[in-house]
Design a protein around this ligand. Structure first.
Ligand SMILES: CC(=O)N[C@@H](CC(=O)O)C(=O)NC[C@H](CC1(C(=O)N[C@@H](Cc2ccc(O)cc2)C(=O)O)CCCC1)C(=O)O
Ligand SMILES: [Zn+2]
Length: 597
């Protein structure tokens, strides 16, 4: 009948207006909890979630009704908005909403407040950030590293394990009440519009696996040099606590043990930051200046007023795990992080500010479209910019690195040191970025359950990462609980996707910036041409299926690992030569993996 399209558009306009207000309310309550962890603040979230769940379900049902009508009259855009609104997995019963909310806040609180105390001295109890993070990065003492690694898992594993088991029941109930097979399927559909994403990511990893195994063999050899064959087998997996990171997810923080040419002056930004008295504010302003040089936006007044960028000293318990928040009102954007003055934090600031740039670029969209084209896109924005910032060329522009001179021999060596640093951050991460949700998808499917949570976790850690626990593990432990995203219930495959597409994005932006030569030397700083191309893609939000957004930026319609492989080609040649006498790969079926190394 006449006007059905107009009525649909009016309904959507009203929906989006209300969704923006409701998103802002939810974000404020989350912010208040994360910056002042208390039961009272958790309760406020719980109460709001009860009301929000009911509204979500009602709107999803109305959207399904609209889609049953003669949709031939509806525009593509109207149909897409209704489709996205039906992607909801809210629980039906208030008591279930409350219980699931309680379980989540309890798990987060245990993780965020987690501290480990040195034996016989309750005084020095170390929180994860910055103390345990710094210990894992700086200690070269096998036993001290083991103490920190095991203690953190003792503090976060057993206490979270049973909460998580019950939490999963509610997660799957929520998915099934809304017609999804399980929560894993809902995550794949709502974050990537593709329930078969698990097949796609396996194929993508297969393309980068040979290069990862070369890096693994090289690192294993260097760790044998450092710790001896007593601790590190030349044919087996690497002990999980020796890689400079509490989860062995990135290995760049032990670069001093790993770089190809150690006595060539390397890219040590942290000491330069400290020598030049960088403040937290100056680190944020430096990141903002890069985005502005591309023609992107300044941070807003409210950003500077309301962000939490240092760990409070007034006794409040806060969630130090960095995050960016969009308050859905086109002016209030915030970053929360317990910033330290070092290179890794400078990188994180760019990552978080990348989220804020995306929020700002799509702020004109109807609220249902204020998301990344897919969840991996949102994670790739800041990282892509950081690929330019990390180059020796750019660090030299920032006066954070001395001039690298024009001695050809020296430049080659420094180039390999730089590529090794990037590989330890980006290549090393890929199997880890893949395995967290492979484990969780199987938990949601019921293939992994409370009787084998840890066995399945370490099977995946061995199979994909080639690392193993240094001490015996059992099902009384719950090692997935030691990684933020599991107790916080934040999906993770987005980072695996991001670590591939950010090189695709960088290749396209470098092309737009007129860069010639290898892309690992490309710095798009001050290229408004690159900025325009990036903004064009970002401004779409999730208004188009992600292949359309990928095409706008790169001309391609799929995730293409050739970009990361091209970036690291010089390093791959180096690694193959270095590894000529090494066994590539590791024993898969090490007898009883849980017995520890
Ligand atoms: C309201 C809300 O939830 N906002 C989202 C953003 C949004 O969705 O709008 C958000 O702020 N999420 C927090 C999360 C924080 C970090 C993270 O968790 N990183 C992963 C993976 C990784 C590891 C190394 C690396 O170089 C890059 C990524 C990890 O640390 O394992 C910690 C430091 C970096 C990013 C983030 O920013 O993604
Ligand atoms: Zn992120």
């Amino acid at each position: 009948d006449a006007g059905v399209e107009e009525k649909a558009e009016a309904w959507l306009k009203d929906y989006n207006t209300k969704l923006a207000v409701r998103s802002g309310i939810a974000c404020n309550l989350n912010w208040n909890y994360e910056t002042n962890i208390s039961n009272a603040n958790a309760k406020k979230i719980e109460n709001n979630q009860v009301e929000q769940a009911e509204w979500n379900r009602k709107k999803a049902q109305e959207a399904r009704e609209w889609l049953k009508k003669k949709t031939s009259k509806f525009s593509e855009d109207t149909l897409r908005q209704f489709k996205l609104i039906t992607m909801d997995a809210s629980l039906r019963d208030d008591a279930d909403v409350r219980r699931m909310s309680y379980l989540l806040s309890q798990m987060e609180s245990i993780y965020d407040k987690g501290k480990v105390c040195r034996p016989h001295s309750e005084a020095s109890c170390l929180p994860l950030e910055p103390d345990l993070v710094n210990l894992m990065m700086t200690s070269r003492d096998y036993d001290e590293l083991l103490w920190a690694w095991k203690s953190w898992r003792d503090v976060t594993g057993p206490p979270i394990r049973d909460l998580y088991r019950e939490f999963v029941v509610f997660q799957n109930k929520a998915a099934k009440e809304n017609g999804f097979a399980d929560m894993g399927e809902f995550w794949r559909i709502s974050n990537f519009e593709d329930k078969n994403l698990d097949k796609i990511v396996d194929g993508l990893f297969d393309q980068v696996k040979p290069l990862y195994q070369q890096l693994h063999a090289y690192v294993r050899r260097k760790l044998i040099n450092q710790y001896g064959e007593k601790y590190v087998s030349p044919t087996g997996p690497i002990p999980a606590h020796l890689l400079g990171n509490m989860w062995a997810q990135q290995w760049d923080l032990i670069l001093d043990l790993l770089q190809p040419y150690p006595n060539v002056p390397s890219v040590d930004v942290t000491s330069a930051l400290k020598k030049q008295n960088y403040t937290v504010q100056k680190m944020f302003k430096t990141a903002e200046a890069f985005f502005c040089s591309l023609g992107m936006d300044n941070m807003t007044k409210e950003f500077w007023e309301k962000s939490m960028v240092v760990k409070p000293t007034d006794g409040r318990e806060v969630q130090c795990h960095a995050s960016a928040e969009d308050f859905h009102n086109a002016s209030d954007y915030r970053i929360k992080m317990c910033t330290e003055i070092d290179y890794d934090n400078l990188y994180v600031i760019h990552h978080e500010m990348g989220h804020v740039q995306y929020y700002m670029q799509y702020s004109h969209q109807p609220d249902i479209y204020r998301n990344g084209a897919n969840a991996g896109f949102h994670e790739a924005v800041g990282d892509t910019i950081a690929l330019s910032v990390a180059t020796p060329e750019h660090l030299h522009k920032l006066k954070l690195l001395d001039d690298i001179g024009d001695d050809k021999e020296l430049r080659e060596k420094q180039d390999l040191n730089f590529l090794m640093k990037m590989a330890l951050q980006k290549l090393a991460f890929l199997p880890f970025g893949l395995l967290i949700d492979k484990w969780r998808w199987d938990v949601f499917r019921g293939h992994t359950n409370a009787s084998n949570y840890n066995q399945k976790w370490w099977d995946l850690r061995l199979r994909y990462q080639g690392i193993a626990p240094p001490v015996p593990r059992s099902e009384l432990d719950f090692d997935p609980g030691a990684k933020f995203h599991v107790p916080a219930n934040v999906p993770y495959i987005r980072y695996f996707v991001s670590f591939l597409i950010q090189f695709q994005f960088q290749r396209a932006l470098c092309d737009a910036a007129g860069h010639t030569g290898p892309i690992h030397h490309c710095d798009i700083y001050q290229s408004t041409a690159a900025g325009e191309k990036l903004k064009k893609m970002l401004s779409l939000g999730s208004s188009r299926p992600w292949p359309d957004a990928m095409e706008v930026l790169t001309g391609q319609r799929e995730i293409d690992p050739s970009a990361i492989l091209e970036y690291f080609k010089p390093l791959q040649d180096f690694l193959v030569k270095e590894n000529k006498n090494e066994i590539i790969g590791w024993e898969e079926n090490s007898e009883d993996l849980m017995a520890g190394l």
